[in-house]
Design a protein around this ligand. Structure first.
Ligand SMILES: C=C(O[C@@H]1C=C(C(=O)O)C=C[C@H]1O)C(=O)O
Length: 466
């Protein structure tokens, strides 16, 4: 394709890319400088970012607008030779769940919003693992690009091109990674919410729903675990990619405060909040959950039970209807596919794909702001649900269940809902999981569903049988 190029009289952003033989995802991530970034989505190129050429942060209720404005001014004057669309300048990051994000462990280094324009970026347009992508005819899909970015009043194209040559040398001489490490093992576990307190919380929510103040609320828990060994995020993300190919994988690692250890927020979430490309908007209503069976027949039976179950259907339909309503003011048309079951390695969900055509050009962040939090992670009515969450949950959600993704100069982008995730720091990891509460929710069944939703991450931390 024609190279993507934007020249401006006054250049503050310079970006250069070259095609490279696909390096190993794990080797690239392991050798990346802080702050590291990972984004990998079904049907999209995977990205590892190393360092930051620019970082945008914002706090408070205006954080979506503030990031959008800062991104537009960053992208306004660019000298960009991307070579391919997937390597064009993009900002990667996300938001805190609540507008007034609290500080303190484990979220101390996470502002209300933070986006990184990577200093060095590797973009895989083919497989992330060159060893696994060899086609039957012996030729591998080796689509990958190396990009070097710089931002500032004094940056020169010559400097960026020379850095690109150096980075290319470094990339081609990366040592092959060893075998994927096993999980580190889990020692002590601390729950934010004991079963008794959970029952009281769910009953409070159910009473509020029965009294008519609330229609649905999503209550979450956190589980802090001590790790017995080192956690390799590269290995965890690589294994999550194999087990959950239909999920959105992410890693956010903000610069730590002085002398503090690095905090890493990562996960593999099945839920897309929104993607915008041109005037096409795609989103998913995902809510209503059951487990996986031991056999294909049991799996099928569970899926059918889920599809028939009235409580789950109600929980789900509130999400699908609300998403459609929230998109309506922006859209010439909104259409929802038939409700179906999405089967993942550990759980099955009710899923309605929703698409819309915009009336006029809209920035993806305007749509992300309008949709977040959907009743799949917040509730209905939204304000009462958020108050209920604040009142009942004894911990700060931080970036859990909030939008993570990317934006580009055109205002296109994709955001996922940061579920099936954990925040790791030194020898501990804190996992998060939540469930939708409606009028006939049973606290003990909801408790079991929370435990099921810890599985994707816990499976990557526990040694078999722990
Ligand atoms: C809140 C979570 O998941 C959400 C809640 C679901 C439910 O209540 O059935 C299903 C999928 C997600 O929308 C989570 O995984 O933590």
């Amino acid at each position: 394709m024609e190279s993507l190029r934007t020249d401006a009289a006054e250049c503050h952003l310079v970006s250069r890319s070259v095609p490279v033989p696909a390096p190993s995802f794990r080797a690239v991530l392991d050798s990346a400088d802080a702050p590291r970034t990972v984004w990998s989505a079904p049907d999209e190129a995977s990205v590892v970012g190393s360092g930051a050429a620019a970082t945008l942060t914002a706090d408070g209720p205006e954080r979506f607008d503030d990031i959008r404005e800062a991104a537009q001014s960053l992208f306004a004057s660019g000298d960009v030779h991307a070579g391919t669309e997937a390597a064009r300048p993009r900002l990667f990051g996300g938001f805190a769940f609540h507008a007034d994000s609290a500080d303190g462990t484990p979220w101390a280094d996470f502002p209300g919003a933070r986006f990184v324009f990577p200093r060095v970026q590797v973009t895989w347009t083919g497989s992330e693992d060159p060893d696994e992508s060899a086609a039957g005819d012996g030729r591998a899909d080796t689509g990958a690009w190396l990009t070097v970015n710089a931002v500032g009043p004094d940056v020169s194209a010559a400097d960026v091109e020379s850095r690109l040559a150096t980075e290319r040398e470094r990339l081609t001489s990366l040592p092959a990674p060893g075998p994927v490490d096993g999980p580190p093992g889990v020692g002590d576990r601390r729950r934010t919410t004991a079963l008794g307190d959970w029952r009281v919380g769910v009953e409070t929510a159910v009473n509020r729903i029965r009294s008519g103040d609330l229609r649905k609320v999503v209550l979450a828990q956190a589980l802090e675990v001590d790790l017995d060994g080192d956690l390799s995020i590269a290995d965890v993300l690589s294994r999550l990619g194999e087990r959950y190919p239909e999920c959105y994988r992410f890693l956010v690692e903000p610069e730590p405060a002085e002398d503090s250890p690095q905090t890493s927020f990562f996960g593999a979430t099945p839920e897309r909040l929104v993607s915008v490309r041109g005037r096409t908007v795609e989103t998913d209503a995902l809510a209503g959950t059951t487990g996986r069976g031991e056999t294909p027949a049991e799996d099928e039976w569970l899926a059918q039970e889920l599809a028939r179950d009235e409580k789950n259907a109600h929980e789900h339909d509130l999400v699908a209807e609300t998403v459609e309503e929230q998109l309506a003011p922006f859209a010439a048309s909104v259409s929802a596919g038939p409700r179906r079951v999405k089967r993942l390695a550990t759980v099955q969900h009710l899923w309605t794909p929703i698409t819309a055509t915009l009336d006029s050009d809209e920035h993806v962040l305007s749509l992300a702001e309008a949709l977040h939090p959907t009743p799949a992670v917040g509730g209905l009515p939204p304000e009462t649900a958020l108050e209920t969450i604040r009142e009942i949950e004894p911990f700060d959600r931080g970036w859990y269940a909030a939008p993570v993704g990317w934006i580009d100069a055109a205002g296109y982008g994709t955001f996922a809902v940061a579920l099936r995730s954990a925040v790791a720091r030194e020898e501990t990891a804190t996992l998060f999981a939540g469930v939708g509460i409606v009028a006939d929710s049973d606290p003990d069944r909801e408790w079991d569903e929370v435990q099921l939703k810890y599985r994707p991450i816990l499976d990557e931390l526990e040694v078999d049988g722990e």
